[in-house]
Ligand binder design. Sequence first.
Ligand code: FES
Length: 133
Amino acid sequence: MYNLILLDHFQNPRNVGKLEDADGVGLIGDPECGDYMRISIRVEDWKIVDIGFLCKGCPAAIASGSATTDLACGMMMEQAMCLTPEDVAQHLGGLPEDKMHCSNLGVGALHYAMADYLHLISDEQPESDTPQT
Ligand code: FES
């Protein structure tokens, strides 16, 4: 079912972990299967200089996290913004058709991490929802 490149990324995933000094963090889940991916990035001069991922998911999802971080580390932000699930699948030597959706997790989490770095995501609540003391 899985090719040798994908199995290598699954068994020896690159960039596993959580960056303590992350500049941006992205978390995304797949509502169909309940799997999720968290990617954290460190950025210097518009370049992704360090990256880590954590994943709860199937072998294809874990391999996709590994491949996504492998591709994105060292990229300029604008290059990484253009990464697609198809690029990840290609880096893995292909994914079975019914596992293509797993590659969305890596790219989705990466894009959310970049959006977080750029402060495009707000976790502040609207003023009217702020509890009064
Ligand atoms: Fe859920 Fe692969 S089956 S991400």
